[in-house]
Design a protein around this ligand. Structure first.
Ligand SMILES: *Cc1c(COP(=O)(O)O)cnc(C)c1O
Length: 376
């Protein structure tokens, strides 16, 4: 294939090298500071970042952990969820949302979504039983779930809310940052997230002091002070290097999220008359656009067309969790979550990251608009 213009190279689905180029000097300095300090686990950077991030989110406490999966698992445990309990969540999520529930000993109960790709709150009550103890709404792709309605249902049935905000750093529901609405908010700092480390990391935030205490025990061998172990805790700590990196990046998060929203707006405008369904956004939210996901009944052919024209895409997620072999024990047949299953076959994640250029978005949109349609 011949490329005549310099800016018509391939467009990756995401690109972390561009970000590092823009903040490299500050990152290098932060890393050097940790290396020179000789202190790598639970030190000043973790403490400061816990305070800075929980404050940013509007919560009283932050507990730095090894991953978003642990934030979910420990968040549930700290709320008293365990063996014999049921936890309602969505099946169109990262697999970790469900395994975190399973690891507590509880059973994930999957409920269908609506056209915003978040849990359909109107369908939750059908799933509530005497064993139901919590709901895990997933703010998928960066769009907050319908937290207002969810809080009402949770009150009525005495359920805890553990927010899976792993894709939604900085997103807002009715002016409140996600993660601060439920009992616990769970974040991942996996490298590609809106706020990403250079390795694994996570955080649970809460405004309940007792829950915060339990989270601190769970992450550090169950000890309240050195060699005084109160529960059979784990080893799941955000490390000083990642915390130092994340402190630098947190200062850029709002600016990066603004860029994501600008990119989404341009995609929306350019794809308005194309044959794909663009994201449907509730008017009481500020979307963080971790991903920009469109829908087409000819998804696989459209994806191939984009690939042939130099645009990389991804699918989040091609197989809903209730149809994964690991959850065959639930006995949920195909057809049990109609929208979740239909969308899994139609969704396509277009390139989305702050460093994406307007020209790249325009090219991507042009290629979609020139998609000849399904070939029989
Ligand atoms: C990334 C992610 C997780 C898991 O986070 P890790 O840090 O990879 O453990 C959980 N839920 C959702 C929705 C995610 O996107």
């Amino acid at each position: 294939m011949k490329r005549t213009e310099p800016d018509t190279g391939n467009i990756p689905a995401f690109d972390l090298k561009r970000q590092y180029r823009s903040i490299g000097a500050e990152i290098d300095q932060a890393i050097r500071g940790v290396l020179e300090s000789g202190w790598f686990i639970l030190g000043d950077n973790v403490r400061s970042f816990e305070q800075e991030f929980s404050e940013y989110c509007g919560a009283s406490f932050g507990i730095g952990l090894a991953s978003g999966t642990d934030a979910l698992q420990f968040g549930l445990r700290a709320c008293g969820i365990g063996e014999g309990d049921e936890v309602i969540t969505a099946a169109n999520s990262a697999f970790a949302t469900a395994t975190a529930i399973s690891w507590t000993g509880a059973k994930p109960v999957f409920s269908d979504i609506d056209d915003t790709y978040t849990i359909d709150v109107a369908k939750i009550e059908e799933k509530v039983t005497a064993r139901t103890k919590a709901v895990v709404p997933v703010h998928l792709y960066g769009q907050p779930a319908d937290l207002g309605a969810l809080v009402e249902i949770a009150k009525k049935h005495d359920l805890k809310i553990i927010e899976d905000a792993c894709q939604a750093h900085g997103a807002e529901y009715n002016g409140k940052k996600v993660g601060s609405v439920g009992d616990v908010g769970c974040f991942s700092f996996y490298p590609t997230k809106n706020l990403g480390a250079y390795g694994d990391g996570g955080m649970a935030i809460t405004s309940h002091e007792d829950i915060a205490e339990k989270l601190r025990l769970l992450r550090d061998y169950g000890q309240v002070s050195r060699y005084d172990h109160r529960v059979k805790g784990y080893n799941s700590r955000l490390d000083e290097l990642q915390a130092a990196i994340l402190r630098v990046k947190l200062r850029k998060l709002d600016e990066w999220n603004v860029k994501r929203r600008q990119h989404a707006k341009l995609y929306d405008e350019l794809l308005g008359s194309a044959s794909v369904v663009t994201p449907i956004v509730r008017d009481d939210v500020l979307h963080a656009y971790h991903l920009y996901v469109v829908r087409s009944p000819y998804r696989d052919q459209l994806r191939q067309w984009l690939k042939e024209n130099g645009v990389a895409t991804d699918i989040h997620y091609p197989v809903p969790i209730h149809l994964q072999p690991a959850y065959s024990e639930l006995g949920m047949e195909r057809g049990s979550l109609p929208l979740t299953e239909q969308y899994a076959a139609e969704i396509l994640s277009l390139p989305m990251y702050p460093e994406l250029t307007r020209d790249e978005i325009k090219r991507c949109a042009e290629i979609i608009r020139s998609f000849p349609g399904p070939s029989e």
